[in-house]
Structure formats: C-alpha cells, structure tokens
Design a protein around this ligand. Structure first.
Ligand code: A4P
Ligand code: MG
Length: 184
C-alpha cells in the first residue's frame, strides 16, 4: 500500500466572494480521491502582494488566504492535477500576466519532506517563507514542523518581521462532510 504523505495546501482568493470560495474549496479538498483532509487554518485577510507592475497590487481587491493540511496517497503531480481541476471549477482563468486577481489559487506548499523541482512543480513552494499570508496560517495548524531544508518553521518565523494579519473567519464543516468522515 502506498504511504500517506502529509501535505499542506495554500488557498487564496480575491474575486467573487473569496471567503465563501475558500470555504467550498476546503470542502472539495476532502473529496479528492486518495486524500483525507486534516486541519484547516483560520481565514486571513491581506492586501494583495504583486510583482510591482500594479502599484503593489493596490488596484486589486484584498485576498482571503488559508492553509489546509491533507494526507494523500497521490503523487505530487496527480495532486496538482486535482487542485487545478478545483481551480477550474471555480472559474479560474489564467492570463500571461502573473499575480492577477483570481477566484481561486491552490498551491502545494509542502509535500511530506520532499524537495521537487520539475517543469510543473517546485516544492517547497518558492515563496513559502516570504509571505505572511502563508506562514501564519501554516504555523497556526502545525506544532513545529521542520522544512525539507532542515529549518524549523518556528525558527524561520521568529527571524522575520511579518505584520500580523487579521482573521476574518473559520472553516465550517458541512453536515455531509461530517457524515463522510464518520463513515470513512
Ligand atoms: N507550480 C510550480 N510549483 C507549484 C506548487 N508548489 N503548487 C506551477 C502549485 N503550482 C505550482 O501557477 C503557475 C504554475 O505554477 C502552475 O501551472 C504549476 O505548474 P498558477 O497558479 O497558474 O499561476 P499564479 O498563481 O499566477 O503564479 P504563482 O507564481 O503561483 O503566483 P503565486 O505565487 O501563487 O502568487 N497576495 C495575497 N495577499 N495573497 C495571495 O494569495 N497570491 C498571489 C499569487 C499574488 N499575491 C497575493 C496572493
Ligand atoms: Mg498558484
């Protein structure tokens, strides 16, 4: 039997009812074949971070971000396929420009202790430690994980001067999700 890998998914949305979208995407993560949903962080609001081409993204709506823990028997590539399908279901469109506003962005932040650098995937996520909207929700749902580099998340967090973010909501498990996990 394939081992279960503990993975963390970063969720972000700043279009078309972001909070509701993050809620429903969390629901969908638990429905991916060969995946079990673990802890879900609070929902955090943050100003858009951009590449600098749009005045630090100030012309874009605020983001809602969260991090979800999942356990999966999928390969990282197959997990990415499943995440991109969920993004499409949320009407995600991609333009040639990076960091455009988006209905839903799902990034694989960590995949067990794996380091992956392929055409499709970079894991750990390249910007993992540089973003308060990733590190804070990740730290909220983990004790003191060690990253594949050997650095502990806490130590990395202590070294940075992140501005605290405001929590605006929590994941609300649906009744059907409860029934599914009880019968699993
Ligand atoms: N890809 C490589 N590694 C990964 C990974 N670990 N997880 C590839 C997921 N995908 C990965 O992604 C482009 C390609 O990256 C994928 O096809 C996959 O093969 P994309 O989602 O189409 O494009 P993107 O999201 O626009 O680019 P990117 O570089 O992923 O953007 P980011 O880094 O996700 O930044 N501000 C706030 N406050 N909150 C946010 O969530 N997000 C962004 C987007 C900008 N500003 C933000 C936020
Ligand atoms: Mg992305």
């Amino acid at each position: 039997m394939k081992p279960w890998i503990r993975s963390f998914i970063g969720l972000g949305s700043n279009l078309n009812n972001p909070q509701q979208r993050i809620q429903s995407a969390c629901e969908q993560l638990g429905e991916i074949h060969l995946c079990r949903r673990g802890k879900i962080s609070s929902f955090y609001i943050s100003k858009p971070l951009s590449s600098g081409t749009s005045q630090n993204g100030s012309d874009q709506p605020d983001y809602i971000n969260a991090v979800a823990e999942i356990h999966t028997q999928l390969s990282a590539e197959h997990l990415l396929d499943a995440l991109q399908l969920i993004e499409q279901q949320h009407g995600r469109t991609r333009s040639h420009k990076r960091w455009q506003s988006r209905t839903l962005d799902l990034d694989i932040l960590l995949f067990g202790n794996h380091k992956i650098c392929s055409e499709r995937l970079q894991i750990p996520h390249a910007e993992l430690l540089n973003r308060n909207f990733v590190v804070m929700p990740l730290a909220e749902i983990t004790d003191n994980i060690t990253l594949p580099s050997g650095v502990s998340l806490r130590a990395a967090l202590d070294k940075t001067n992140f501005e605290p973010l405001t929590i605006v909501g929590q994941y609300q498990p649906s009744k059907s999700a409860g029934r599914r996990s009880r019968s699993a």
